[in-house]
Design a protein around this ligand. Structure first.
Ligand SMILES: Nc1ncnc2c1ncn2[C@@H]1O[C@H](COP(=O)(O)OP(=O)(O)OP(=O)(O)O)[C@@H](O)[C@H]1O
Length: 821
């Protein structure tokens, strides 16, 4: 070792931080620590044992050299600095060193160690090791306790893996180092042992030689002899041999010199051996440095692992702290929540208790009710049987009462019906069986109306008055009802529907539309497609009334369509519309009239009516070239027969509704007609005049009614006589261009209506009328014919069944249709 080089191989272990930190660290596996400590202790012990052996070897020779003293002083003073080697031989005696060993450490099991300093050092180390082992055990138990309390976490698992890895690396390192060191130490030990033995042998031989030389100083011959026998001193160095030779020559003078030389030679040899030992010692020191360096590395690793473990433990503790705080917080929240819930539950419980207390009386009441009901249920079959029997008796009694009441009601109903009919008859009688209405058509829709103005005015306070401005004079006409131009078809029909329904009761009814051409007769009777007139509405009303009376009454409604042109009667629903029909006396001697060949078609719905009207208009069109012209000059009759039977009483009724669209009432002088037109006009005027005469005669209760003056009145004889009801609808144009015709029409209406009504005659119902009354039998009966008692005219004694399905597709444009709705 050179001066200034710091030898730390013999630093006291208690001053090093390594063992303390190693043992006080929180290593998870104490067995690893113990193993490491044990390894270090073994190394120290082995090194100490080797030193002891060396010391023992030196001590056995009884020699103490300054070098040995110097090494001992280095063991003690090395921590103070690196000048141990330069301080020279220590003043400390070996005996004092042994005393220090006994005072400073446990000398147990250290008897083999001669060096007291080493013994003290080892004792202190062992004491530290024992102290640290106790600390380590405590730490290990603390770690185990924490681990048991926390359970395995990810951090702990990671720590365990690191520890296992650390242990494995340490083990490998220890095994490697131990095997290398043990091997090296063994070799060194063996070498040192050999060298020591060889040196001891040489020393023993030198001592023997020295003793012999000393003995020979007293015994020259023995010395000379020994000096002459070089073969016996083969180990003497050449200098000694040379000195022996010189001694032999100058023995007395060089005896002392020889002794000195030999001593020097021996010292030199010992010096050389000491140098070798020092080299060996330096080598061992280097090995110890190497071992300490490895130990330092291991300590660094252990420190790193300790840091890692401390960090992990810190994290673990922080996590535990966080979990603990979280647990406390959750427990506190749960406690608060549980308290509030408990409070709510207590409140609910209190409410439930209150409800329970409240419900108990109700429960008792319900229990009583239940028991009562139970008894009632048990008694129910008997009560039910009894109640059923009573109910049956009561029902039978009620049925009997209802039957008697029904009979009484039926009787009252019949009486009321008769009373109603009598009242109606009385009303009609008071109002007159013949009524005259006037309808003024609107301006602007008449042919040739341009430049003309209205001359008709109305009285807003009296709907029976009509004023006509004629050449500066205001003519006033009084009728039963005046319809101004704005009157709708529905309003007109409402005024006539009472007449129509009376035919269901067995009355005969005639409704005439009278007026000049274009005054609106056809519009009033037939109407237009989207606004039907009286014909369609009358049939629709009849259907409604008949259905209302069902099932007490069964009705059959039949229709016939007839045209009278130039006093010729034609069947519009027959197969041959051109065929002329005749009005004949019934051959059974009843005196009733009938029209042989007149077609009657039974209708039951709106669709049937439309088909009948189509057929009538088609047949009317085929009989003439110009339908419009022809229609203005012919009378069109729609004859509706309503026959009913009471399903209860068997009472029968039969009424006839005649809806007549008369021909235009123009004067011949105005039209200037000639030839055929003149004959047409003559026929029209004749029939219209005959109609006026008949109505006048009927209204004035004349004993003779000239029915036979025209085909029209003759055909309608049964519907005009007796208690039949007649309505004359006079159509008037309001234009001044039609002034004269309007005046004529209104005068005709006035003449018909102005007849004074006579005392009420004993009218008879058609069903009650006796057909035996005398009636004119000749067609040429004039107005002065003897009075006749009106009687019904049986029109269709022989009727051909009309085929509705054979209707042609052609249809007159103005033909209105009833809606099936
Ligand atoms: N009140 C009314 N409202 C609206 N239009 C009417 C009215 N009266 C008549 N008309 C119209 O006047 C025209 C002639 O009427 P309509 O054919 O009914 O006369 P008419 O008296 O029957 O003639 P004709 O004697 O030639 O048959 C028709 O187009 C008809 O639609």
């Amino acid at each position: 070792m050179s001066d200034g080089e710091e030898d730390t191989s013999f630093l006291p272990l208690q001053t090093s931080a390594f063992p303390h930190r190693l043992l006080t660290s929180d290593l998870p596996n104490p067995s690893n620590q113990q193993l490491l400590i044990q390894t270090l202790q073994d190394k120290v012990s082995e090194f100490q044992a080797r030193l002891c052996r060396e010391d023992a070897g030196w001590g056995s020779q009884g020699l103490w050299t300054p070098k040995q003293e110097c090494r001992a002083s280095q063991l003690e003073v090395a921590p103070a600095g690196g000048g141990g080697s330069s301080q020279g031989p220590s003043e400390l005696h070996p005996a004092e060193q042994g005393q220090g060993l006994q005072e400073g450490s446990d000398t147990q099991n250290l008897s083999h160690v001669k060096d007291p300093a080493q013994q003290a050092l080892i004792g202190r180390l062992r004491a530290q090791v024992g102290l640290l082992e106790e600390k380590l055990l405590d730490q290990t138990q603390e770690v185990e306790r924490l681990r048991a309390g926390l359970g395995a976490t990810d951090l702990e698992k990671q720590l365990e893996v690191l520890v296992l890895e650390n242990e494995r690396l340490k083990q490998e390192l220890r095994e490697c180092q131990r095997s290398q060191e043990v091997e090296a130490l063994r070799r060194q030990l063996a070498q040192r042992d050999g060298e020591v033995q060889e040196q001891q042998q040489q020393l023993r031989e030198l001592q023997q030689q020295l003793e012999q030389v000393l003995q020979e100083q007293g015994t020259e011959p023995q010395l000379s002899q020994r000096l002459r026998a070089p073969s016996r001193q083969p180990m003497l160095p050449p200098q000694a041999k040379y000195l022996a030779d010189v001694g032999e020559m100058a023995f007395p003078r060089h005896k002392r010199t020889l002794h000195e030389v030999q001593t020097q030679a021996q010292n030199q040899a010992l010096q050389e051996q000491l140098v070798v030992q020092q080299d060996l010692f330096l080598e061992l020191q280097q090995q110890l440095h190497e071992s300490q360096r490895v130990s330092s590395q291991l300590c660094a690793q252990v420190l790193a692992y300790e840091g890692e473990m401390e960090r992990c433990q810190g994290q673990l503790e922080a996590e535990m702290q966080t979990l603990e705080e979280e647990k406390n917080r959750v427990i506190e929240e749960a406690f608060i929540r549980a308290e509030s819930e408990m409070k709510a539950v207590h409140q609910n419980l209190a409410g439930v208790r209150m409800n329970l207390l409240t419900l108990q009386p109700a429960l008792r009441t319900l229990t009583c009710d239940y028991n009562c009901l139970k008894r009632q249920v048990q008694d129910f079959p008997f009560m039910l049987e009894k109640a059923i029997a009573e109910a049956k008796q009561e029902i039978c009694h009620v049925i009997r009462e209802v039957s008697s009441t029904n009979r009484e009601l039926l009787r009252k109903y019949k009486r009321e019906m008769n009373l109603r009919k009598r009242c109606h008859d009385e009303l009609v009688r008071l109002r007159g069986n013949i009524r005259v209405f006037c309808r003024v058509r609107p301006v602007g829709q008449e042919a040739g109306s341009s430049g003309s103005r209205s001359i008709v005015t109305f009285n807003p306070d009296d709907d029976a008055l009509l004023h006509l401005a004629n050449k500066g004079k205001l003519m006033t006409f009084e009728l039963d009802k005046v319809f101004p131009p704005q009157t709708t078809q529905e309003e007109v029909f409402q005024e006539v529907q009472s007449l129509i329904t009376s035919c269901i009761d067995g009355y005969n009814v005639c409704i005439f539309a009278y007026g000049q051409t274009g005054a609106g007769k056809t519009y009033t009777m037939e109407g237009v497609a989207d606004n039907p007139g009286i014909n369609q509405r009358a049939l629709q009303l009849l259907f409604a009334e008949v259905s209302e009376k069902a099932p007490d009454w069964e009705f059959r409604i039949t229709v016939s369509m007839v045209e009278i042109y130039n006093e010729t009667l034609r069947n519009l629903l027959g197969d041959n519309p051109s065929e002329r029909l005749e009005i004949k006396m019934c051959p059974d001697g009843s005196g009733q009239l009938y029209v042989p060949g007149l077609t009657e078609i039974s209708v039951q719905s709106v669709e049937d009516i439309n088909r009948v009207f189509n057929l009538g208009y088609v047949n009317r069109a085929t009989a003439c070239t110009n339908l419009n012209e022809h229609s203005s000059r012919s009378h069109a009759l729609l004859i509706v027969t309503v026959a009913g039977v009471n399903t209860t009483t068997g009472h029968r009724t039969s009424g006839k509704l005649n809806l007549v669209d008369l021909a235009g009432s123009e004067r011949i002088s105005r039209s200037g007609a000639e030839g055929c037109r003149l004959r047409e006009a003559q026929c029209i005027n004749k029939s219209l005049a005959a109609l006026g005469d008949v109505i006048h005669a009927l209204r004035s209760r004349q004993p003779h009614v000239p029915f036979r003056n025209s085909r029209l009145t003759y055909l309608l004889q049964d519907s005009l006589s007796g208690d039949s009801k007649t309505l004359m609808m006079v159509q008037v144009s309001p234009l001044d261009s039609n002034m004269s015709e309007s005046v004529c029409s209104l005068k005709f209406a006035q003449r018909v209506r102005s007849v004074e009504l006579g005392p009420a005659s004993a009218t008879r119902r058609p069903a009650d009328c006796s057909p035996s009354s005398a009636s004119p039998t000749h067609d040429s009966v004039e107005l002065d014919s003897p009075p006749v008692t009106p009687m019904p005219l049986p029109i269709s004694r022989i009727s051909s069944s009309g085929s509705i399905s054979a209707l042609a597709g052609a249809r007159r444009k103005s033909q209105p249709h009833l809606s099936s709705d």
